[in-house]
Design a protein around this ligand. Structure first.
Ligand code: ATP
Ligand code: MG
Length: 404
């Protein structure tokens, strides 16, 4: 652990308080006036240094969760192993305030349970920086002195456009294999290279991802699918052959078959573009897109109960990620409806009662994407495709039924 922190003053880092959420600033100043040290940390500082707008503003302080609860209104203490304070503001807004802690051998975010957190879990700002995953995620921003504080070489790595694990990569990956995923994610998001020693350890440790909690892997998958630029991240996960360790057979098929992956890659590119235009796809839609190219050949040939065939395909894939049951059922519904729509576009036969199904509009969108390789514009849908293909049936079929 290096001794001295590198401190960057305002003219050298370009972060302005104007870029910082007003409620986060209030918490920082209040903690300061109460005599505590408090910094912005993690993704917020990283993103501001990269000139991006942070998704959220996490705070770290030497105040303990109980003290935060005492001094602030509407605070909820969450987390079993590491207790964190969630400070609530209106309209569902929450700012996370954590206490500086030190590296623990049980460092995986989903490690041990137990409410009795030993005092020794807490640490100094330096120790807190060192227990984090990658150097550019371990910077602190002090809103009082308006300086960036770096204990781990994150500023140098930002300059070098480099993603580097803090400490020994192999050891940190063994402690928590999800860090492998995170290294690849943040490298892909920022367009940075992965440092040589960190990259070297990925191949030897990536299989450990399959042993992580399926629920935690699902949370990570959600972050990537939901992210504005999911395409480069998924492509990087494939390049490092992580997909198979996450989504089982679906992932290995994507890794081994360039043409199959090219379909997914294109869909993700379209979706990223849509997100940039303000479309906010739901998670079940995003999962349906993720699995469509992989399932499409099986679905095209499927006879009989397609729901059952899909359930079996998901089970047989032996995914490490645990899709919540209700989500999986919704995804299967979207996929089955989409197949029916595509078949209808070939045959002219459609059961229009399906319009009442909850997933109808999501399937309609996916059907359009599959058929046209682009997102529907206003007025476009499965129905407009059907109408073009079968104008006569359209007039005599669906309209008559609609009037019933
Ligand atoms: P995002 O924009 O995706 O939220 P983030 O860096 O804020 O990026 P979080 O998952 O919110 O990512 O985590 C917050 C911070 O907690 C990280 O910046 C990092 O410092 C630390 N962290 C998260 N996961 C780990 C981990 N597995 N091991 C060590 N530190 C971690
Ligand atoms: Mg975050």
């Amino acid at each position: 652990m290096s001794a001295e922190a590198v401190i960057l003053k305002k003219p050298e880092h370009g972060i302005s308080r104007r870029h910082i959420d007003a409620d986060a600033l209030k918490i920082l100043f209040r903690l300061h006036h109460l005599g505590f040290t408090a910094y912005l940390t993690g993704g917020a500082v990283r993103d501001m240094m990269l000139g991006k707008v942070p998704k959220d503003f996490d705070i770290v302080t030497d105040a303990r969760p109980g003290q935060i609860k005492k001094y602030f209104h509407r605070v909820f203490i969450v987390g079993r192993r590491f207790r964190l304070a969630h400070v609530h503001f209106g309209a569902g807004k929450v700012i996370e305030v954590a206490t500086f802690r030190r590296h623990s051998s049980l460092a995986g975010a989903n490690g041990a349970h137990g409410r009795n957190v030993p005092e020794t879990i807490y640490g100094s700002p330096r120790e807190d920086a060192w227990r984090r995953d990658i150097t550019i995620n371990a910077l602190f921003y002090d809103a009082i002195s308006t300086s960036v504080i770096d204990y781990v070489g994150g500023l140098a790595d930002l300059r070098l456009k480099r993603i580097r694990i803090i400490g020994d990569s192999g050891q940190r990956f063994r402690e928590d294999p999800v860090r492998i995923w995170r290294v690849i994610r943040y490298a892909a998001r920022a367009g940075f290279a992965i440092s040589e020693d960190t990259e070297r350890e990925i191949a030897g440790h990536r299989h450990l991802l399959a042993d992580c909690s399926g629920a935690r892997l699902f949370e990570e998958l959600y972050k990537d699918l939901n992210y504005m630029a999911s395409r480069p991240v998924v492509a990087a996960l494939r390049k490092f052959r992580i997909l198979g360790h996450i989504i089982g057979r679906a992932g290995t098929d994507y890794e081994n078959d360039d043409a199959l992956f090219a379909r997914l890659d294109h869909f993700l590119a379209v979706e990223d573009c849509e997100k940039a235009n303000g479309h906010r796809p739901m998670l079940d839609e995003l999962c349906a897109i993720l699995f469509w190219p992989w399932l499409e050949p099986q679905l095209a040939a499927a006879q009989g109960d397609m729901q059952l065939a899909l359930k079996k395909a998901f089970l047989d894939a032996k995914m490490s990620v645990l899709l919540p049951k209700s989500l999986r059922a919704q995804v299967i519904d979207i996929l089955v409806l989409t197949v029916k729509m595509i078949r209808a576009l070939r045959t002219g036969r459609m059961r229009w009662s399906m319009r009442g199904r909850a997933q109808y509009s999501k399937a309609s969108r996916l059907c359009f994407l599959v058929e046209k390789k682009r997102a529907p514009e206003s007025g476009e849908s499965f129905e407009s495709l059907f109408q073009q293909a079968f104008p006569r049936i359209w007039v005599s079929g669906p309209h008559r039924r609609r009037g019933k």
